[in-house]
Design a protein around this ligand. Structure first.
Ligand code: IMP
Length: 175
């Protein structure tokens, strides 16, 4: 794809199994409550769609983005959560993410969402690269930990391409 060669690293069958496992953990842990799922676009759209169909709780879902813009103050780059159309005050929140790499995106998102006083926030990610983490992050739900390689498919992209595959692919060669 484009200028890179990729090979299947996580099959559709394995993804399905892991998504079901994580959904059943959420069903168990959140029994009796009504969580708000926040699916972080674009990368989590397929994961969120599959996960939500396995969640048996009364729940809501909102699709959000982290937008960056250059601030006018000295802190420089400001990132805000856009698209959040549900009041999360005193609500349990589960962030649905495609992949946690350095963890900086999730750290920013946690910080921003906490200002709205949710009763709790958990992170649910499809993939996690533990060796790349730069911040201390409590990732409660994770379908699969992977090595520090670039992956595409099942919602994840390489320069906008590759989101529409059933399997996850890992880069094997820079052409
Ligand atoms: P972080 O802030 O470094 O944790 O980066 C998280 C974001 O980077 C993810 O939501 C993805 O959009 C992107 N990303 C990180 N690693 C990969 C990868 O291997 N493939 C595709 N996107 C990635």
């Amino acid at each position: 794809m484009l200028d890179k060669t990729f090979a299947v690293s996580i099959s559709a069958e394995e993804l399905e199994k892991e998504v079901k496992r994580v959904a059943s953990e959420i069903n168990r842990d959140y029994a009796g409550s009504q969580p708000v799922f926040l699916s972080v676009l674009n990368g989590s759209f397929i994961f969120a769609a599959d996960l939500m169909r396995e969640v048996e709780l009364p729940c809501e879902i909102s699709f959000v983005k982290l937008a960056s813009y250059q601030g006018t103050n000295t802190t420089g780059n400001i990132r805000e959560v856009i698209g959040l159309n549900i009041d999360i005050t005193e609500r349990p929140v589960i962030i649905v993410e495609d992949i946690v790499d350095t963890g900086l995106t999730m750290a920013h998102m946690l910080e921003t969402l906490k200002r709205q006083n949710p009763s709790s926030i958990d992170i649910c990610t499809l993939l996690l690269k533990p060796t790349k983490l730069q911040v201390k992050l409590d990732v409660r739900y994770c379908c699969k930990q992977i090595p520090d390689d670039f992956v595409v498919g099942y919602g994840l992209d390489y320069n906008g391409f590759g989101r529409n595959t059933k399997d996850v692919y890992t880069i094997i060669q820079d052409v």
